[in-house]
Write a new protein. Structure first.
Length: 454
């Protein structure tokens, strides 16, 4: 008990000397009771309730096909949302372009205080209003330029969808590729575990040397390392996909569109023609060129000065003049003697030339993208079909035959290891070829700016 930690005699002496009053004795008793409770159940008193912030976040599951991923991507991707704001910004500039200059109101007043003049007799007040009038079609050119700016922003947003959709689909099937690799590595690990078990039994019976058993163990470790590496690749690709879909990291994704081969024979002549007409980045360059042409017309119109017309009304005191109410009309016209916007015109001409070169460059890029991606698609298609023509089955069957023969002692360990490596290499290369075919198909869709139909 806790009371034994402090002898009764010493406790009575301390209490009598230090706590002469009854109230303080009562408080000391409460402290001692607290010490007793702490000694009896320290874990209960020291234990803390789990903080809400340390609780694991709830997980959610989401099953997605490729098309469903694209639909969710178009709604939630943050890069697309930021690009879309560019359209609203261009619309704001169009609103500004339609506005007329604001009128200017001014007020003048005064009085004379010399030669015995008084404020009441000589005071005057003159309100005036002025308005600038835009000439040479300046407002119309600004509206035209802003309209092309809106179209260019919309085409840029469409092009962002084209680019990011490829990234989404590529990431989606990277997850599937890593998953297929992981399944293959697990299958090889399981099969080699059986071979290793048989090898250990044969070693105990003296049928194989110790060096052969070591080779089996090393190969089994290699397959185990592949399982770990491909598991990490799956998680990395899933995290990239969640980021594109703006999903929290606790979301458990189940992808339903498998990595399979579907033969596609695109009409390359039609794609060449329609890509030059419909690809959004090319459309954006055309709108930018039209906008710069409108800006050049605006720059040339700025050589014409804009007059400012004003009207005024003056009220004077009885001693200010013969007529106490006066009306005035003003006209201000800047004289274009020195500044006729020569620099602005030169800059607008250069900007238009840059837009023309950019349009030509993008046109060449579109044409080359179509040719390169179509050629790559055709070659990857031939490679996948070559694997499916019998190479895959031959690799699987050869490994299975040698595995069974090794169990019966009909082949050497080197034959089994060679067959395992060959089978693994063939299957891994097939998965790579299948993924490259799918990627080249998406690249052709991006190059054409549309879905590629059969």
């Amino acid at each position: 008990m806790v009371y034994r930690l402090i002898p009764d005699s010493i406790l009575r002496q301390i209490t009598a000397v230090l706590v002469p009053f009854a109230a303080l004795r009562f408080m000391l008793g409460i402290i001692l009771m607290g010490m007793l409770a702490l000694a009896l159940s320290p874990q209960k008193l020291l234990a803390k309730e789990p903080s809400p912030s340390t609780q694991p976040a709830p997980t959610s599951s989401l099953s997605l096909s490729v098309s469903e991923s694209v639909s969710l991507f178009l709604k939630q991707n943050l890069d697309l949302l930021m690009t879309k704001y560019g359209i609203d910004d261009a619309k704001g500039l169009a609103i500004t372009a339609k506005l007329f200059p604001n009128p200017v109101f001014s007020l003048f007043g005064g009085a004379a205080f010399t030669q015995q003049q008084t404020f009441k007799g000589t005071r005057y007040l003159s309100p005036q209003i002025e308005q600038m009038f835009l000439l040479a079609g300046k407002r119309g050119y600004r509206i035209e330029s802003a309209g092309y700016g809106i179209q260019a922003a919309e085409a840029t947003f469409t092009d962002a969808i084209r680019q990011l959709t490829l990234t989404l689909k590529d990431t989606y099937f990277q997850v599937q590729l890593a998953s297929r690799r992981l399944d293959l590595a697990k299958d090889n690990q399981e099969r080699f575990h059986r071979i290793l078990t048989i090898g250990e039994l044969r070693f105990k019976k003296g049928f194989i040397a110790e060096v052969d058993l070591i080779r089996l163990r090393l190969q089994a470790v290699d397959f185990g390392a592949q399982v770990i590496r491909f598991s990490q690749e799956v998680q990395t690709a899933l995290n990239d996909l969640r980021l594109l879909l703006a999903l929290p990291p606790t979301t458990d994704l189940a992808l339903t569109s498998d990595l399979v081969y579907t033969r596609v024979t695109p009409d390359i002549d039609r794609l060449r023609t329609e890509a030059l007409d419909k690809r959004p980045d090319l459309q954006a360059r055309r709108f930018v060129l039209s906008q710069q042409q409108a800006n050049l017309k605006l720059a040339k119109s700025l050589r014409v000065p804009d007059p400012i017309v004003g009207g005024s009304f003056t009220v004077q005191g009885p001693q200010g003049g013969s007529n106490q109410q006066l009306y005035g009309l003003t006209l201000e016209v800047p004289l274009p003697v020195f500044d006729r916007n020569q620099g602005g015109i030169a800059q607008a001409e250069i900007a238009m030339q840059v837009a023309q070169v950019d349009l030509h460059k993008t046109t060449l890029e579109v044409q080359n993208d179509i040719e390169v991606t179509y050629r790559n698609l055709t070659q990857s298609q031939q490679l996948v079909e070559a694997y499916q023509a019998g190479v895959l089955d031959d690799a699987r069957i050869t490994f299975s035959i040698l595995e069974k023969a090794y169990q019966k002692g009909g082949v050497t360990l080197l034959d089994v290891l060679d067959a395992a490596r060959t089978s693994q290499t063939i299957l891994q290369n097939y998965l790579e070829a299948l993924f490259e075919y799918q990627r080249n198909l998406f690249l052709l869709e991006r190059a054409a700016g549309q879905d590629v139909t059969t």
